[in-house]
Design a protein around this ligand. Structure first.
Ligand code: PMP
Length: 362
């Protein structure tokens, strides 16, 4: 069986152990005589899977008891609407840091329902840094303050100790591309959301961690399916949940736990990212596109300075079994997404290829 090193930004590589376990259980799950794909979401088999997934996710993220965990559909993009519909409950105001395309989309969606303010943006320098902010500029009575914790396209991140201090204003974090990659203190957030398809499972499920006091204040016109309280009251099974995707998430959580938990992931991710960034920094051909202190551990962006060479790099790397290294269509260049499931050997193969390419194209 041939497996490539897949540097896709999402959907992304999953741990091979997870895929193998899913394959073993594909036709008959346990003694059920049926696939997880075929079973009722009201069956005890599936309810056990759902509860185990929730329990493991809570444990891995160290989620305090005053938070609810939800498994929803509609991707992270649906959260751009759900957050304002449910959280704009008092002043109808919200603050945003626009550090990339996803943060901007979230801001634009909130602006449809409330008074959304951009506190800071890094668009002036192609989102290559995280702006410094002063809490004096924050809206004191905002209903929430939104950040995109890891910017998948541009390769920047808010580190766990560089989160804006929003005081009593709930901090909302889009962690779609760095969930479970590094230890963040959940209690610093009012709400965290993450589409699964990068670090957690297949596309089709979005995890939400919401502080319980933020439930139950949705706008009157909020569609039932977009109301967090409905999903919380119904244990994420108000309608048919994305059963198979939740099941794969459960397997990924088991894998993360068996490999040292989020702290274990963080250690491995820092080693991988450091090795790649160090190589880029020392090279004469490649240049990182992000200021060093704000670099993502998950999405490593770099260029050669020549569009032709970038295109050749992507073409040649594919031939070498290194897939999906092309940068996002909006920025060009290269992007190596090195999520939890990417082994160090994958990063080492990439560096070996980059060295060879540099020697042939210097
Ligand atoms: N936020 C971030 C940080 C993302 O990387 C993405 C997708 N790549 C999204 C939101 C949108 O996610 P979805 O496609 O699940 O709606």
């Amino acid at each position: 069986m041939k497996r490539v090193y897949n540097f896709s930004a999402g959907p992304s590589a999953l741990p091979v152990e997870v895929l193998q376990k899913a394959a073993d259980e594909m036709v008959s799950y346990g003694d059920s005589g049926m696939s997880v794909m075929e079973m009722s979401h009201r069956s005890s088999y599936f309810i056990d899977i759902l509860h185990e997934a929730k329990k493991l996710f809570k444990e891995l993220m160290n989620v305090p008891d005053n938070y609810e965990i939800l498994f929803l559909q509609g991707g992270a993009s649906t959260q751009f609407s759900m957050v304002p519909l449910n959280l704009l409950a008092k002043s109808n105001k919200c603050d945003f840091m626009v550090t990339g395309s996803w943060a901007k989309k979230a801001y634009q969606e909130s602006a449809r329902y409330g008074e959304a303010k951009v506190i800071a943006s890094s668009e002036d320098k192609t989102f290559s840094y995280i702006p410094k902010v002063d809490s004096k500029d924050f809206t004191p009575d905002a209903d929430f303050f939104h950040i995109c914790v890891n910017n998948t396209i541009f390769g920047t991140r808010f580190t766990p100790d560089n989160l804006p201090d929003t005081g009593n204003v709930p901090l909302v974090g889009d962690m779609s591309s760095n969930i479970l990659s590094e230890v963040y203190d959940v209690s610093k957030f009012g709400l965290i959301y993450a589409g699964a398809q990068k670090n957690m499972g297949p596309a089709g499920v979005t995890a939400v961690i919401i502080r319980k006091d933020l439930l139950g204040h949705a706008k009157d016109f909020t569609p039932t399916m977009l109301n967090y309280k409905i999903h919380a009251d119904n244990d994420s099974s108000y309608n048919t949940p994305p059963c198979y995707a939740i099941y794969i998430c459960k397997l990924v959580y088991e894998w993360v736990k068996a490999n040292g938990g989020v702290a274990g992931m963080e250690k491995a991710n820092k080693e991988k990212a450091q090795k790649l960034y160090d190589f880029i920094d020392k090279s004469k051909l490649y240049k990182g596109t992000v200021v060093p202190e704000d670099r993502s551990l998950m999405n490593v962006t770099f260029i050669t300075g020549s569009d032709e060479l970038d295109a050749l790099f992507v073409k040649e790397s594919k031939k070498a079994g290194l897939e999906n290294l092309k940068g996002h269509r909006s920025v060009g260049g290269m992007r190596a997404s090195i999520y939890n499931a990417m082994p160090m050997a994958g990063v080492e193969s990439l560096i070996a290829f980059m060295k060879k390419f540099e020697s042939e194209n210097a």
